[in-house]
Write a new protein. Structure first.
Length: 192
């Protein structure tokens, strides 16, 4: 998969002396290494490359997707996290980066727009949820969620979650953050 960076732009100076920026990479599963699933409900796994070659792991089954990152992506908490509604991962990964005084960049979170289908007795409602995931050091897991259709400023809300919560978020202890309005296409995490 091509890990070409589309845009890097400063967003805000942080009190820790770094500037948070965004970089974008494409996520095209057809260009990733794949392992076919073993059952009808196991669609398979894909191993892709993201920002500066960081491994991106995608798994799908039972009409839901899972995404994780890093060298041990398959064993991270994020590899077992998905949304309750039927869903699919987006085609672009936004990497939130810290830029140090020396100019070096280091990703601390990702934001991905997932499609959802929330079903009720009356109808199926399509939606979009931005999922914010913290990156290493430490465990990799979902930090927060934003309903992308119910909020005109959904990207800014997701960046706010990443910038204010991802670095110090404790996977398995802290509750993920949901910001903004919630519409009928929004889905909470699986198991909530």
């Amino acid at each position: 998969m091509s890990a070409a960076t589309f845009v890097v732009r400063p967003v805000a100076a942080l009190d820790i002396g770094h500037v948070a920026e965004s970089s974008y990479t494409a996520l095209d599963l057809e260009k990733c290494r794949d392992v076919q699933g073993e059952t009808d409900e196991d669609y398979g796994m894909w191993s892709c490359k993201g920002y500066r070659g960081i491994p991106v792991y995608v798994m799908a089954g039972d009409q839901r997707s899972y995404m994780s990152y890093g060298r041990y992506a398959k064993t991270e908490p994020a590899a077992k996290q998905t949304l309750a509604a039927f869903n699919g991962e987006g085609k672009t990964i936004e990497w939130r980066l810290d830029r140090s005084a020396s100019g070096a960049t280091k990703p601390f979170a990702t934001i991905v727009r997932w499609s959802t289908t929330v079903s009720s007795d009356a109808e199926a409602v399509r939606g979009e949820v931005l999922i914010v995931t913290r990156l290493a050091p430490g465990p990799i897991c979902h930090v927060g969620y934003v309903d992308a259709r119910a909020n005109a400023d959904s990207d800014a809300l997701a960046r706010k979650i990443a910038d204010e919560h991802a670095r110090n978020f404790r996977c398995g202890t802290d509750e993920p953050v949901t910001l903004g309005n919630i519409g009928p296409g929004f889905s909470r995490p699986y198991g909530d």
